[in-house]
Design a protein around this ligand. Structure first.
Ligand SMILES: [Zn+2]
Length: 249
C-alpha cells in the first residue's frame, strides 16, 4: 500500500493514512465532505420577504416569510452545523481487513502487524458552489412564520434544534441528512411496506430512522471507500464500534 491512498467517490472523497504510533498503529480512513452553506436573505436588500420551501416547489404550497440574518447569526449557525455533524459521525467505527487481505500489513520490531482502519469524517465548509460536494440553502424565518418544510438542500434557521419524531424519539435533522450525504438510505428501507418514504422507512431509533442511535449498519460508506481503495468487496470489512489493536500475523 502506498500511503496516503486516495480516491474520489461520488460527491465525496476518501483517503487512507498509514499506521501511526499515535493511532496505536492502526490506519486512518477519512471521508471528506465539502459543504457550501448558502446564506439566503430576502431579495434586493429588504429586511423581510418570502422564500419557497419543499411544499411551495412540489405541492403549490404558500411561500414562507423570511427575514435578513442578523449580524453573526448565520456564521454561528454554520459553525454549529459543522461541529455537530462532524462530531456525530467522526471516529465511530473501525474496519478490520478480510483474512486474505495483506495490503496494509507492516513490520514493527521484527513482527508483521495487520492494522485496522479507524473511520473518520472531515466535514468542511467551503465558500462556493464550485468547491462543494453539496450546496445547502439556509433561510432565516420570520419569528411569526410557523412552518418551513426543509429538504436535503434547503434548511431554515430552526433546523439545528432536536425535533420530536415518532415513538417519543427526537432527532436533529442535519445529523440525519449528513447520513444521506454519506450515501446512507433510511434504516428500515428494506421493509416491503416502506414505499415513497412513508413512516415505515423511518421506523426505529437509528439515526437513519427516527432517532440518533448509531450502529454497525451505518458504517457502509467507509466499507465502500475501503473496497474502492483496496479492490476488495465492502462486506469483507468487519465493522466494530470499539478500537481493536493491530493483529500479529
Ligand atoms: Zn431521510
Amino acid at each position: 500500500m502506498d500511503y496516503p491512498a486516495s480516491t474520489r467517490l461520488t460527491r465525496m472523497s476518501a483517503m487512507l493514512h498509514e499506521p501511526h504510533l499515535a493511532r496505536r498503529w492502526n490506519c486512518g480512513l477519512n471521508l471528506y465532505l465539502k459543504v457550501f452553506l448558502r446564506k439566503v436573505d430576502p431579495p434586493n436588500g429588504a429586511a423581510s420577504g418570502t422564500a419557497g420551501d419543499w411544499s411551495t416547489r412540489n405541492e403549490r404550497g404558500p411561500a414562507r416569510n423570511i427575514v435578513r440574518w442578523r449580524p453573526g447569526e448565520f456564521e454561528a449557525w454554520a459553525a454549529q452545523y459543522q461541529r455537530e455533524c462532524q462530531s456525530f459521525w467522526d471516529t465511530k467505527f473501525w474496519l478490520c481487513p478480510p483474512a486474505t487481505y495483506a495490503g496494509m500489513d507492516f513490520q514493527y520490531q521484527g513482527t508483521t502487524l495487520r492494522p485496522n482502519a479507524r473511520c473518520g469524517l472531515h466535514l468542511s465548509l467551503v465558500t462556493s458552489d464550485t468547491l462543494a460536494d453539496h450546496t445547502i440553502e439556509v433561510v432565516r424565518l420570520a419569528d411569526t412564520e410557523p412552518y418551513y418544510r426543509s429538504d436535503s438542500a434547503h434548511y431554515d434557521h430552526r433546523d439545528l434544534a432536536p425535533n420530536p419524531t415518532s415513538g417519543g424519539l427526537t432527532q436533529r435533522a442535519h445529523i440525519h441528512e449528513v447520513g444521506h450525504l454519506l450515501t446512507l438510505g433510511h434504516s428500515n428501507e428494506s421493509d416491503a411496506a416502506c414505499v415513497n418514504n412513508n413512516p415505515v422507512c423511518y421506523a426505529g431509533p437509528n439515526v437513519m430512522g427516527s432517532g440518533e442511535d448509531i450502529d454497525t449498519t451505518n458504517a457502509v460508506p467507509w466499507q465502500n471507500a475501503m473496497a474502492a481503495l483496496t479492490r476488495t468487496s465492502s462486506s469483507q470489512w468487519r465493522v466494530t464500534m470499539t478500537e481493536i489493536l493491530p493483529a500479529v500475523r
